[in-house]
Design a binder for this molecule. Structure first.
Ligand SMILES: [Zn+2]
Length: 141
């Protein structure tokens, strides 16, 4: 009974946010709600990044949720979504990490996975960050 009375504030806020998002109109300040929901990876879980420096931890968190400066700054600038010039498709975190043909040889050096969940579950943070440094996108994330 006490658990119901003393529910932590953070759980209440999370519940409130989920309910709020489900009741909002389809567009929030120009950002489709479906886009916001589709861009995160709710099944990835939480990984401990305390062994990393702050910059590396921030980059990995951004990759985890699928939002980076490179892939989402267009929203603040009110521009068109970025495109991969090599593949002529949307520039997303998944595209950068797993799909882009231009990065294939570098990617194979660090990880052979083909799914986002496998990437974050089986590949070390160090290898993901090294991959980003090798393809020269580390500072853009
Ligand atoms: Zn590409």
């Amino acid at each position: 009974m006490l658990n119901n009375v003393f529910t932590p504030h953070i759980i209440l806020m999370a519940t409130f946010q989920v309910n709020l998002v489900s009741r909002l109109p389809l567009i929030i300040r120009g950002i489709p709600v479906s886009f916001l929901q589709a861009s995160s990876h709710p099944t990835l879980g939480y990984c401990n990044l305390t062994h990393l420096n702050r910059r590396d931890a921030v980059i990995l968190r951004r990759l985890h949720v699928g939002h980076t400066r490179l892939t989402h700054q267009y929203l603040l600038r009110r521009e068109e979504p970025p495109q991969c010039h090599s593949c002529n498709c949307a520039l997303t975190v998944v595209h950068i990490l797993l799909e882009c043909q231009q990065c294939n040889s570098v990617r194979q050096k660090y990880f052979p996975v083909t799914a986002v969940k496998d990437l974050f579950d089986t590949v070390s943070s160090r290898d993901i960050l090294s991959f980003l440094r090798d393809i020269r996108l580390y500072s853009c994330i």
